[in-house]
Design a protein around this ligand. Structure first.
Ligand code: KG4
Ligand code: ZN
Length: 340
């Protein structure tokens, strides 16, 4: 029997993405068009520019995903789209486009949560997830810990009270004039640096919750920059970046593994754009091995925003019996949500 095909669309932030997936989770195509160049001069995503660019890119990206998969729109059985959280103007572009397709072709459209999709990225690589699982999603917009007691059940166990980890990396890179996105630049320029050269005190929640905070680390970074004359050209740049990156990694994993102690999961999942970071991946795997826990991280290209992860979650939800109908009502009722 030929597998059923799903077209997934993602436009929640600054990547326009479309993917075609079979119901066996085979990825037929996974096209991501980044807007990094557009936002780089501003050191961060400019929402108005992002949504305007999505409008320009969405049709070519969808067309390319179909061409790369070698299928036509009339062969697509289902549509899926990111509903939120994200930038509202950006979300609406993908959502409206997907609604149009589902309505015209009279096929079901399923709305997908972006954060949950990041977690589901591990399923694309045939990972066996044993439940309960504890997932840390860490990106430019989110730093959250979710406990999944079973498949598709998400309980928020901790979240950032201020900046997301990626946002802190992006802001420090912007301050030093290193470019956008900050995470990859900091990784590259700090690679040969000494991570123990500059000391950072790690945040600690007074209420012992599993929440994160990165504003203190950001303030400490700005103080160290000022006191030690760190600049783009200075000889101590690599040491500073390695020390800062390492502090962010310790802050993330400290909380993650404290959560693992308290919540006793069988599997740990690390995902989101910042999970591309080499230091974070290595340290995560080392600590999970030491704790005797199974550690899953998507391959780097599936960590940053993409539509294959949206498709993976859509198939999982369809398998579990959800998905909106083919009649105009449910398809057109789907609404975007900017926040959880
Ligand atoms: O998941 P994502 O593509 O978008 C959001 O949902 O936010 O994540 C983007 C974030 C940015 O903050 C970027 O600096 C960070 O991921 N990032 C990295 C690396 N690659 C991307 N952070 C650290 N190291 C990297 N190699
Ligand atoms: Zn994301």
């Amino acid at each position: 029997m030929t597998p059923k095909l799903l077209l997934a669309i993602e436009s929640s932030c600054d990547e326009t993405a479309a993917a075609v997936l079979g119901d066996d989770l085979s990825v037929r195509s996974n096209i991501v068009l980044s807007q990094d160049e557009i936002h780089a001069p501003y050191g961060g995503v400019v929402p108005e520019l992002a949504s305007r660019q999505h409008i320009r890119s969405i049709a070519p990206v969808v067309r390319e995903s179909l061409a790369a998969a070698g299928v036509g729109l009339d062969e697509i059985d289902r549509f899926a789209v990111t509903q939120g959280p994200g930038l509202i103007g950006s979300l609406l572009v993908g959502l409206s486009f997907a609604k149009g397709l589902a309505y015209y072709y009279a096929k079901p459209l399923i709305g997908i949560d972006h954060v949950q999709a990041h977690i589901e990225a591990v399923a694309l690589e045939r990972a066996r997830i044993e439940y309960p699982a504890l997932a840390l999603i860490v990106s430019g917009g989110h730093t959250s810990l979710y406990l999944l007691k079973e498949k598709l059940s998400y309980a928020l166990a901790g979240r950032t009270r201020d900046d997301a980890a990626g946002e802190a990396l992006d802001k420090i890179a912007k301050f030093l004039g290193l470019g956008y996105p900050g995470g990859p630049v900091i990784q590259r320029l700090g690679e040969a640096g000494d991570p123990s050269r500059f000391e950072f005190a790690l945040p600690r929640m007074s209420d012992r919750s599993l929440d994160f905070s990165f504003s203190g680390l950001k303030t400490a970074a700005l103080r160290i920059i000022r006191e030690n004359g760190v600049t783009k050209e200075a000889a101590n740049l690599a040491d500073f970046l390695a020390s800062f990156e390492s502090a962010v990694v310790r802050a993330l994993l400290g909380n993650f593994f404290r959560g693992a102690d308290e919540l006793d999961p069988k599997t740990l999942i690390l995902c989101g754009g910042v999970a591309r970071n080499k230091r974070l991946r290595m340290e995560f795997e080392r600590r999970a091995r030491a704790a005797g826990l199974s550690a899953l991280v998507p391959s780097p290209k599936l960590c940053t925003d993409n539509a294959a992860m949206v498709g993976a979650l859509a198939w999982a939800r369809i398998g579990a019996g959800s998905g909106s109908g083919t009649d105009a009502g449910p398809v057109l009722d789907l609404d975007a949500y900017p926040r959880l």
